[in-house]
Design a protein around this ligand. Structure first.
Ligand code: ATP
Ligand code: SF4
Ligand code: MG
Length: 327
């Protein structure tokens, strides 16, 4: 099978002004990211605040076009935002982000909003609309009597369920979820994540799941890409990333997640300042915080390369695959 979504070498630079009269300086929010997503697959994207996750998510959906690089959806170059081609694609790619209250219109009932994509994309005859909305509500665990409620009459978790129901209405093939549970109570995060995973599996929807929280991603992702200062520094299947992280940054992230029943040996704590893309370190961008940094790390940036077993890493200490990769 061929990839549903493919991105090559995406770059996004923002001009950021420091203070009212400061001169604009370029900030590389995303600095050469490539990804590949197969139909039905879930790719988790993790990294600290400011690592470029949301910027990447918007580029993958064509909302924010890259300054260089290319996104292909279903094998075709992504249409430019606002064009008819892009509007046609929108039914097949949906975005769920952190704040459901901002995503919903407070003057409209839940049922009206869940059915919106059906109207916009003229997906079903009017007489079937109510039944489809009911089906969507039940799929996300909302009760029938909540249909006529307004967003502020629901809990945060219920609102996010409504947003997810609306995203599913057009039967998308791709869902990009940007911190979909971060604003929710910890006690209901797992419920919503499990629900997303079930719906995604049942409907064979591919998903990009963005989170700063590795615990959350572990539950849902087939593969995980770890971002640091606008770049992917390691990518592997979810189990492998957790069991044997290779990049020192991933090791630090993984060791900060408590695993029940597992004693933390050689735990690595992240030291130093959180990354700031306006002030990018030379060489390996992680070097000021890396316990293993040596001279070469300060001057030369490691490439992201295949390290065997279907995984990639960007670190001078992690040997690349010696055997040639068959095309
Ligand atoms: P978070 O976990 O906090 O959501 P993130 O990984 O999603 O972070 P982004 O929102 O993609 O990070 O931001 C990456 C960098 O780009 C940050 O330094 C941010 O300040 C900058 N940035 C993002 N959007 C803009 C914008 N519209 N204008 C200027 N700078 C921006
Ligand atoms: Fe650490 Fe050097 Fe590897 Fe960067 S390249 S992660 S600084 S060891
Ligand atoms: Mg973000």
């Amino acid at each position: 099978t061929s990839a549903l979504l493919e991105a090559n070498n995406l770059v996004r630079v923002y001009q950021v002004r420091r203070g009212l009269f400061g001169t604009p300086t370029p900030v590389r929010a995303v600095n050469g990211v490539s990804i590949k997503l197969m139909p039905g697959e879930t790719l988790g994207i993790v990294g600290e605040s400011g690592s470029g996750k949301s910027t990447l998510g918007r580029m993958l959906l064509g909302i924010d076009p890259p300054q260089s690089g290319e996104v292909k959806f279903e094998g075709k170059p992504m249409a430019a935002p606002g064009t008819a081609g892009w509007r046609a694609l929108r039914a097949r790619m949906q975005f769920v982000y952190q704040d459901p209250l901002a995503a919903l219109d407070r003057r409209l009932t839940i049922a009206t909003q869940i059915g919106e994509p059906l109207d916009i994309h003229k997906l079903i005859p009017k007489e079937h609309r109510a039944a489809r909305v009911e089906e969507l509500m039940s799929a996300v665990g909302l009760r029938r009597d909540q249909a006529d409620r307004f967003p502020h009459e629901l809990s945060g978790g219920q609102r996010q369920r409504a947003v997810i129901a609306r995203a599913l209405a057009s039967r998308p093939r791709l869902l990009v979820c940007d911190e979909p549970v971060s604003a929710l109570d910890v006690s209901i995060q797992a419920q919503v994540v499990n629900m997303l995973r079930d719906l995604q599996e049942q409907n064979r929807i591919a998903m990009i799941f963005i989170s700063h929280d590795l615990k959350v991603v572990r539950n849902i992702a087939d593969r995980v890409a770890v971002m640091y200062l606008g770049q992917i520094v390691e990518e592997a299947s979810s189990d492998v990333i957790f069991q044997s992280p290779r990049h020192p940054y991933t090791e630090a992230l993984v060791s900060s997640v408590p695993v029940p029943g597992k004693i933390l040996e050689g735990r690595r704590i992240l030291q130093g300042e959180p990354p700031n893309p306006a002030n990018r370190p030379s060489g390996c961008a992680f070097h000021p915080r890396c316990p293993l940094a040596s001279d070469i790390c300060r001057t030369s940036a490691p490439d992201l390369r295949s390290i065997g077993g279907g995984r990639t890493a960007a670190c001078h200490l992690v040997p690349g695959e010696t055997a040639p990769v068959a095309a």
